[in-house]
Design a protein around this ligand. Structure first.
Ligand code: ADP
Ligand code: ADP
Length: 223
């Protein structure tokens, strides 16, 4: 369970990106829906400990995320909106590299984790292919494999479906739903169907404020 309490953030230019944002997010896929500029990335980066709010708190199963960032980072996986990889690197080599960075230094253990993850996201067959040749959907699935290293309790995925064709998008969202059976998955998106199709719970954010949260159909009907 992730509890977000009264997060506020005003950037140096005076933009109030988050205004007293509070959310209760259980295990499962949670959709954060809002137009461009609503504050989704600011919220995702704050939960991922990459940026500090002006005030407020984030609790993950009793862990104060903003107070103990190092511990929090070990329990969360993040797929940013602009996920950079080396195009000339193979999927296998790149994921091994990310796994080393996450502290999996034992070779045998790491190889096993990397293989299991590449199989889970259905990229094992193409593990020796260069990432630069991957389709958008393959790249996003690789991003999820990277986010899953270390068995995190929380996965944060920022605007992942932009640029995917319908088939890639469905496959990607189904993968997230599968992952959401065990952990908290926060999916930020400006596409209504991304949340109505697969998220049991959602919130709508606009101009830095949470307008509504609940089950998708009820929430959207009450708009
Ligand atoms: P979203 O992800 O929903 O598009 P963002 O969190 O990226 O929203 O942005 C929310 C608001 O904060 C926007 O008005 C954006 O222009 C502004 N903003 C985002 N990042 C910065 C920054 N580093 N400095 C100043 N303003 C920013
Ligand atoms: P997506 O539509 O999800 O981006 P693709 O349609 O490109 O994925 O590929 C479908 C599946 O086929 C992928 O999951 C991948 O495992 C496999 N695949 C794609 N390209 C190749 C290839 N060149 N060689 C072997 N398998 C491939």
């Amino acid at each position: 369970m992730l509890s977000i309490r009264s997060l506020s953030k005003t950037y140096g230019n005076g933009v109030r990106a988050l205004r007293d944002v509070s959310l209760e997010i259980p295990t499962g896929m949670f959709g954060l829906l809002g137009p461009n500029g609503a504050g989704k990335s600011t919220l995702m980066r704050t939960i991922a400990t990459l940026q500090d709010p002006d005030s407020g708190s984030v609790m993950l199963d009793g862990l104060d995320v903003l107070a103990d960032k190092q511990a929090a980072r070990e329990q969360l996986g993040y797929l940013p909106q602009e996920f950079g990889v080396y195009p000339k690197e193979t999927a296998l080599a790149m994921l091994e590299h990310f796994a080393v960075l996450k502290g999996l230094v034992n070779d045998k253990e790491r190889h096993a984790v990397v293989e299991a993850l590449l199989r889970q996201v259905n990229l094992w067959e193409v593990r020796h292919h260069r990432l630069g040749g991957f389709s958008g959907g393959m790249r996003q699935r690789f991003g999820i494999a990277q986010a899953l290293i270390g068995d995190p309790k929380l996965i944060i995925v920022d605007e992942p479906t932009a640029g995917l064709d319908p088939e890639e998008r469905n496959r990607f969202l189904n993968l997230l739903a599968e992952i959401g059976e065990k952990v908290v998955v926060i999916l930020s998106t400006h596409i209504v169907e991304d949340v109505t199709d697969l998220c049991p719970r959602m919130a709508i954010i606009s101009r830095g404020e949470v307008l509504l949260q609940g089950e998708p159909l009820e929430t959207i009907r009450s708009l």
